[in-house]
Design a protein around this ligand. Structure first.
Ligand code: ATP
Ligand code: MG
Length: 211
């Protein structure tokens, strides 16, 4: 900061400007140091969990980012079976995006644990192929958390496959109630809080917002 400042000659407004500048200079030094420290490049594992809206849409936002940079993306949608979503219609037709809907419907609709496990294993086989293929820069495992919290898939198999994926491959896992071991393994974990949701006021799922 400029050392010779005479505060007594300053108006209130000038003092305010001055203090703001001092604060921002300090902040910039801290941020620059943090940026300089964060110099590692690696494929990230991100977990977007919690009860609030915005988990899958956050993952879909990253698809847009990755495609915009010319990267190749794979998407595995577990649990859900609908194929009329805006995200699939849009991203699924991009050359660099491979999209698989691998669910059979919600657990309360199928009411069939054995069937759900078989579906999960078939889906996991598709995901495993992507997680072993370094040509995929980003893999989205949408609603995977339920397959672990319901014990539909072997936790160790899933966690090992995630750990042993190609070094630069990014993976995003979404869904409520992510298990502790998955959170532990992840580089970034966001818990989306449910403060309010239109659905609770009787508003049905809206096209373009909810699917
Ligand atoms: P989105 O796909 O909109 O980002 P999400 O992935 O966070 O939602 P899911 O649990 O996958 O949440 O929910 C799927 C559907 O349920 C979406 O249509 C979403 O808008 C809706 N939803 C999400 N959170 C809530 C909530 N807290 N209450 C009611 N409905 C919700
Ligand atoms: Mg979701």
């Amino acid at each position: 900061m400029s050392d010779k400042v005479n505060l007594s000659d300053m108006s209130q407004e000038q003092k305010r400007e001055h203090y703001h500048k001092v604060r921002m200079e300090r902040k910039k030094a801290q941020i620059d140091a943090a940026i300089a420290r964060a110099d590692t490049e690696k494929g990230l594992l991100l977990v977007i969990t919690g009860n609030g809206k915005g988990k899958s849409t956050s993952a879909f936002g990253m698809i847009g980012r990755a495609l915009g940079h010319g990267k190749k993306v794979g998407v595995c949608q577990f649990i859900k079976s609908r194929t009329d979503t805006g995200e699939e219609a849009f991203f699924g037709q991009q050359d660099n995006c491979e999209w698989h809907v691998l669910g059979d419907g919600f657990t309360w609709d199928t009411q069939d644990r054995t069937g759900d496990i078989a579906t999960s294993e078939r889906g996991w086989a598709v995901a495993t192929k992507m997680l072993k293929d370094p040509s995929f820069d980003l893999v989205i495992l949408d609603e995977l958390t339920y397959l672990l919290s319901y014990d539909y898939l072997d936790k160790d198999v899933v966690l090992n496959t995630l750990s042993e994926r190609p070094e630069m491959q990014h993976v995003v896992v979404t869904g409520r109630s992510a298990i502790a071991d998955l959170r532990e393994l992840a580089d970034t974990v966001s818990e989306i809080k449910d403060e309010k949701h239109a659905y609770k006021n009787g508003i049905k799922a809206q096209k373009g917002i909810d699917y």
